[in-house]
Design a binder for this molecule. Structure first.
Ligand code: F6R
Ligand code: MG
Ligand code: MG
Length: 369
């Protein structure tokens, strides 16, 4: 039997302000998913959060884009929204951009990363959850996991990986995609994904000669863009990703190695600032200072016929202390720029925030030079 692993996530209300998902919402989700597990609708689940986002990690045997699983997630978020409204939480129902469910959460507000595969003898997976940033924040680390031999030693040492990997890249502006094979097309890949607000890695597939079938994704990232759905700024598209590891794929240690470098991502306050992404354990997945700095959590599981064995809270490890310190140092440095670029995003990226409304007011006062 093939296992389907899904992360479906939404911000349906938080406290105080945009900082943290409320425990009552998580409880609502756990109760609903427990009932679904009991009546056999899903195999297993884990409810987590990163900052104000609630992340439903669900396993089933039903394939990706399955109506029942998506309906379940939608119902959980609807129920949690009711709770959030009752508690007068901030941004109650924020990511529920549609009133009606139409078979798939795609395009309705919640973000989604899913994959289906034949479980190997042992199947380690890492679920990454981010807050206060956008899907392109995964470009750099996912590139390094699967294509940078200075980060992933297996690219040099493991014969399984000598065939490289294939990257599926979405152009989120033009709604098109392209497949690029590494190491052959490494430079072309970087030419695209270095522009992280437009080109985002959606999936990575094993190359020829790998033990893992070429058709089975080794990594998948949520690429849902709220702005494009809502037509106006409704917060950043805090992304999630799933990465499978070991035995021909990057080792779990290689999957999490790129996060020892707190790279700059777009998001943070008002989705309008560049800042470092800080790898944290679950207890520190709270976006406080200037609504940030952006966070990433890594939950490691072994799959047992669809059951989630874990999680292991990877970034709780002291080995990430220095990355956190560096992130805080970079946060201080970036903050000192105040409203100036490159702390503030470039004009193209600011188009997707509330700034254009401010600029519009000045339009009539400009005189020709
Ligand atoms: C960023 C985010 C927050 C809000 C900020 C202003 O993704 O969610 O930084 O943008 O707190 O929120 P409003 O406009 O709701 O007052
Ligand atoms: Mg929020
Ligand atoms: Mg969020």
């Amino acid at each position: 039997m093939k296992t389907t692993l899904s992360i479906i996530k939404a911000d349906v209300g938080s406290y105080c302000g945009h900082q943290l998902c409320h425990p009552e919402l998580m409880l609502t989700a756990r109760n609903a998913l427990q009932a679904a597990k009991k009546n056999g609708k899903i195999i297993d689940y884990y409810v987590a959060n990163c900052g104000d986002d609630m992340d439903l990690i669900i396993t089933s045997g039903k394939g990706t884009d399955n109506k029942e699983v998506h309906q379940l997630a939608w119902d959980v978020f609807t129920e949690a929204t009711k709770k959030a409204k009752a508690l007068k939480l901030y941004g109650a129902g924020q990511d529920m951009l549609s009133d009606a469910f139409s078979g798939n959460v795609k395009g309705l507000g919640p973000g989604c990363a899913e994959m289906e595969f034949e479980e190997r003898g042992a199947e380690p997976v890492v679920c990454f959850l981010m807050d206060k940033t956008e899907p392109g924040a995964f470009n750099l680390p996912v590139f390094r996991m699967f294509a940078d031999p200075f980060s992933t030693a297996g690219l040099v040492i493991d014969p399984n990986m000598q065939g490289g990997f294939t990257f599926e890249v979405y152009d989120v502006l033009e709604h098109r995609k392209v497949l690029l094979k590494t190491p052959e097309e490494l430079y072309s890949l970087l030419a695209l994904i270095g522009a992280k607000s437009r080109y985002v890695i959606k999936r990575v597939y094993p190359g020829p000669g790998n033990k893992v079938p070429e058709k089975e994704a080794a990594a998948v990232v949520s690429t849902d863009k709220l702005y494009q759905i809502a037509g106006e700024y409704v917060g950043k598209d805090d992304p999630v990703a799933i990465v499978r590891g070991q035995s021909g794929l990057p080792a779990v240690g290689e999957i999490v190695e790129p996060f020892a470098f707190p790279h700059l991502v777009s998001g943070w306050m008002r989705g309008s600032h560049n800042g470092p992404i800080m790898p944290v354990g679950m207890k520190d997945a709270i976006c406080t200072r200037f609504d940030g700095p952006p966070r990433v959590v890594a939950l490691g599981f072994q799959l047992e016929n669809g059951h989630l064995v874990g999680p292991m809270d990877v970034f709780a490890d002291i080995a990430y202390d220095r990355a956190r310190k560096e992130a805080l140092h970079i946060a201080d440095y970036m903050r000192r720029h105040g409203p100036f670029e490159p702390h503030r995003l470039s004009p193209e990226d600011m188009e997707y925030t509330s700034l254009p409304k401010v600029l519009k007011k000045l339009e009539a006062r400009f005189q020709k030079l």
